[in-house]
Design a protein around this ligand. Structure first.
Ligand SMILES: NC(=O)c1ccc[n+]([C@@H]2O[C@H](COP(=O)([O-])OP(=O)(O)OC[C@H]3O[C@@H](n4cnc5c(N)ncnc54)[C@H](O)[C@@H]3O)[C@@H](O)[C@H]2O)c1
Length: 384
């Protein structure tokens, strides 16, 4: 059977940035083209046609040339008038709302990086605008597609844990200050006035990770720190780090699960992966990272006895079992893009809309409030 080919124009804004280029353009949209397009249930073959948008003409031209693309512009309005169906935004967070508003007005469907806006009210406003305009929307929730977390979710769904008691997560690594070694993250991440900060960055992720795998988040208690007060930017200039670079958070989930998540760009890794979650339940425990997931069942739990006078005699790490993949895990960003494209082209549902995006922003906003006021903050239910 010869498939009917259907092109779908995608305005990709912020494609010169880290995420826009690597994860979204190269590893998602171009990867879909490399696999020959995306097959839809009715036999149609969807062919994504990116239109690159950014601030630097020379950078856009270089990316286009390297990947054999011929459509790019520094003029967002022009791109939105080009007949494309989808607007994608991976700009710095502070620029997002304006881009999304323009795309809604132009009638395009919208897919965006998180956080979708700088505050909850702004995120809800985008949600209302999109709803009233009847356009389809989606927000990147990539951590759900990590092999380690998919295996963890499989354990939860299969009842492995019995009653889940607690979740303890460690995320982080050392981000260089930029003086004697170049920083491996953009400098705006460390300036609050430019939308930076680890709470704004990571709590959006923690909201959907906790809610999709465990249960709704009922409260947050966070302590924020700026451990490194001065950093050096891309131009070699020293700047004040005005945003938090570490957050120590406790989240109460519906049903009584306690989640405790540390997020830090000022810690050195003594773990197997850059993020790891330990889940303890009455029937068993698991440790899940980006790719791996290991378990210890109740029946296999050793009985350590506290005795600081003797060296440890047990190989505690060796007492865990690896959870098998039992399937192939494609790049999570690409998997989510494929879901969104099928959502736009047909009626496949896409659960992570702007309300989901707003819930992420809300947890970040209330986490910051908790840190500022030094108290536990309840999370009210959001609606558009
Ligand atoms: N899903 C994830 O895991 C994940 C990870 C990192 C970042 N992000 C999100 O992706 C977005 C981009 O982050 P990034 O790390 O790729 O950043 P980046 O600095 O590498 O890229 C930013 C992009 O925005 C554009 N831009 C527009 N106005 C700008 C301005 N005034 N200053 C600087 N850049 C400007 C840049 O040209 C560039 O294309 C952010 O919203 C961030 O929160 C998501």
């Amino acid at each position: 059977m010869v498939n009917e080919l259907r092109s779908v124009g995608i305005v990709m804004n912020g494609v010169t940035g880290r995420m826009g280029y690597r994860q979204h353009l190269v590893r998602s949209i171009l990867a879909i083209r490399q696999q020959g397009g995306l097959s839809l249930p009715d036999g149609t073959l969807l062919w994504p046609e990116p239109i690159l948008v950014g601030r630097s003409e020379s950078k856009l031209a270089a990316i286009a040339k390297e990947h054999g693309l011929d459509r790019w512009t520094t003029d967002l309005d022009e791109a939105l008038r080009s007949g494309a169906e989808i607007y994608f935004d991976a700009q710095v967070t502070s620029r997002r709302a304006e881009g999304v508003r323009k795309a809604v007005a132009a009638g395009l469907h919208i897919y965006t990086e998180k956080p979708i806006a700088e505050d909850t009210e702004g995120a809800l406003e985008l949600g209302r605008l999109a709803r009233d305009a009847g356009v389809k929307v989606g927000v990147v929730q990539d951590k759900l597609f990590l092999p380690g977390l998919r295996k963890l979710k499989r354990l939860v769904d299969g009842g492995f844990f019995g009653e889940i008691l607690s979740v303890r997560g460690e995320f982080g690594y050392w981000v260089f200050e930029g003086d004697w070694q170049e920083a491996q993250r953009p400098s705006w991440n460390y300036r609050a006035e430019d939308g930076g900060g680890i709470i704004v960055d990571m709590f959006c992720h923690w909201r959907y990770v906790l809610e999709d795998i465990f249960a709704p988040v009922r409260s947050v208690q966070a302590l924020a720190a700026t451990h490194i007060p001065k950093r050096v930017d891309e131009q070699g200039r020293t700047y004040e780090a005005t945003a938090d670079d570490a957050a120590y958070g406790i989240f109460e989930l519906a049903g009584g699960v306690v989640a405790q998540l540390n997020s830090s760009w000022a810690t050195r890794v003594f773990r197997d992966e850059l993020v790891e979650f330990q889940v303890d339940g009455t029937e068993g425990s698991a440790v899940a990272g980006l790719r791996r997931c290991r378990v210890q069942h109740r029946s296999m739990t050793p009985k350590p006895v506290w005795n600081p006078d003797l060296p440890a005699t047990e190989d505690f790490r060796g007492q865990w079992q690896e959870v098998p993949d039992n399937g192939e895990f494609d790049n999570g960003f690409k998997v989510q893009w494929e879901m969104f494209l099928r959502h736009v082209a047909g009626d496949e549902p896409f659960p992570w809309d702007f309300l989901a995006g707003a819930r992420g922003v809300q947890l970040a906003e209330l986490g910051l409030r908790s840190a500022r006021e030094g108290r536990r903050v309840e999370i009210p239910t959001l609606a558009l």
